[in-house]
Write a protein that binds this ligand. Sequence first.
Ligand code: SF4
Length: 400
Amino acid sequence: MPAAAKPATLAKQLTLSPPSETGEPAEGRENRDKKNKKGECPRALAAGPSGEKFASALLAWFDVHGRKHLPWQQQITPYRVWISEIMLQQTQVTTVIPYYERFMQRFPDVRALAAAADDEVLHLWTGLGYYARARNLLKAARTIVAEHGGEFPETLDAVQALPGIGRSTAGAILAISKSQRHPILDGNVKRVLTRCFGIEGFPGETAIERELWSIADACTPAQRVAHYTQAIMDLGATVCVRSRPLCVVCPMHEFCVARREGMQAVLPTPKPRKERPERTAYAAILQRADGAVLLERRPPVGIWGGLWTFPQFDDRVDAVTWMERHTGDSSLATLALPPYSHSFTHFDLNLQPLLVRDAREQPAVADAERYCWYDVKQPAKIGLAKPAVDLIRGLAERVE
Ligand code: SF4
């Protein structure tokens, strides 16, 4: 047990003073302040339980409190676990359930998914966000059919080689569906481990991540690995939550370093902050007299890749010129709708929608691959980018 053995020894060496008025033990607080001022290695705080103790406490908790009736926990197959794991990335369980059930009904196995049209998959994904996940699912399904005869691969390397599947997701799929012993380290697990073992430093840094993988490995049991994997994800999602973790009911309560030293609010260490750049763009909304709006398909890669949205321009003049060209009207009355904001991982987008009502249809717009008139009363089954969904809803509300 390479990484956790050392913390376990350190745990015995810690003698804790009574808590201060803030609930934080005085000695732990002083030690931490001293270490932080001197800039010493934060590893000295790594004083959690042994891997065995961690796993057995977690499994005992799971037997009583773990979630066992979620749709992907029934009729378990690698395919079903894979789809759930991808949907659950950055998305809450309650949001995922209806999407998962619709998806499984339409694509019950990997062959059905591999044969699907891109647009239909993106349509079923509309609203879940992070559309690269859906595009990668399709690519991976087609790879499984082309290179693995339609059978989900059963080795960690082969699963990890599929598009959109990292080490943690591959480990979770094989642990849950095949009871193979692999550690996992998604965002929830990182939070549990950094707190329980007192690991300071941003978990995205290579050295910290390596240490966390080592602890995750030390904690993963050989027996009941499927339950353990479900359990650690559950604990992070329901008890060791981001703010105000429920330490009182946590199975790690007794030996968690963060709980003992009052560090729940500062672990995991947040990413060093950078200024988020802002971008402004203009959405050109042409609306026909019958209410249909003109949408453009985004290029297959990049933001909202392959999804339909309103043509977007960095410059207002370009947006108006484009609308004039596509309506054959050089004296258009454009109406500026309320601005729309959207946050991406690396920047904030301020979108200014420009509306032209009663737009005339031009033959130039006959490129069905790139443009389509979208009937808001009888919506086509296509994948819409989030701004298109929200702006179309806003247009409907304006009419009502
Ligand atoms: S005791 Fe609190 S901080 Fe520690 S693992 Fe449990 S919920 Fe998280």
